[in-house]
Design a protein around this ligand. Structure first.
Ligand SMILES: CC(C)(COP(=O)(O)OP(=O)(O)OC[C@H]1O[C@@H](n2cnc3c(N)ncnc32)[C@H](O)[C@@H]1OP(=O)(O)O)[C@@H](O)C(=O)NCCC(=O)NCCS
Length: 194
């Protein structure tokens, strides 16, 4: 859960709620072709998009303390999602961030802001030490997001995640709290002004 507002300009992150399922369903169906090349799948299972299952699963992970689920709003409209998974505390204190935005909202710089707000939240409020983002080498748009944020590349994990029906290689990007130096939002603004 988030206490204060996670907001910058026209982009706001808010807690995912059960009642978001209907709007998410229509966006996920409308943008099927845009999203499916990058969507996690379960080996051996083919099923239609069911946002209710997706929302239930994310809220379950959040209740267990292993995940966080946010809706991204752009100009007050539900535009996409950013989720935190695999949260570990203690001697690891790390988590992974995944995201998507609807096609109509792409290219406005919303996701770099959403990721910056999320990483700042994970370091400042959850006191994690490391945040990871895993990206298929073919996903140029997502690679730009981590480039804009200046995340460090750690290497390639072969056949790491089942995406769009197959095990896919992923490039691993990360940042630790020592590397952040100021807020991620400030870092983002700096890379823009260079
Ligand atoms: C990857 C993604 C989250 C980027 O979000 P965004 O808010 O559009 O991010 P930005 O506005 O910073 O754009 C990033 C890059 O996307 C590309 N892009 C911009 N508009 C685009 C459009 N309409 N269609 C396709 N790509 C576009 C550009 O290469 C851009 O880089 P640039 O700013 O240097 O030109 C978004 O494209 C998306 O949700 N894609 C589908 C799902 C996905 O790939 N999720 C991530 C899995 S790791």
């Amino acid at each position: 859960m988030i206490s204060g507002a996670l907001k910058f300009g026209s982009v706001e992150l808010r807690q995912l709620k059960k009642r978001d399922a209907r709007k998410l369903q229509s966006l996920l169906v409308k943008d099927r072709a845009w999203l499916s090349p990058w969507e996690a799948t379960t080996p051996g299972i083919r099923y239609p998009v069911d946002a209710r299952d997706l929302v239930s699963n994310l809220l379950y992970q959040q209740r267990k303390g292993t995940g966080l689920a946010f809706i991204i709003e752009v100009d007050g409209q539900l535009a996409g999602q950013i989720n935190v998974a695999n949260i570990l505390y203690g001697s690891v204190s790390s988590a992974s961030v995944g995201y998507w935005i609807g096609k109509d909202y792409a290219g406005r710089g919303a996701m770099p802001i959403a990721v910056a707000l999320t990483i700042d939240h994970l370091f400042d409020e959850k006191h994690l030490h490391r945040v990871e983002i895993d990206i298929r080498p073919e996903n140029g748009a997502s690679l730009r997001v981590v480039e804009k944020l200046g995340l460090r590349e750690e290497g390639l994990k072969e056949r790491f995640i089942h995406i769009d029906g197959q095990w896919r290689d992923h490039r691993i990007f990360a940042i630790t709290s020592e590397e952040r130096k100021g807020s991620m939002l400030a870092r983002l603004e700096n890379t823009h002004s260079q």
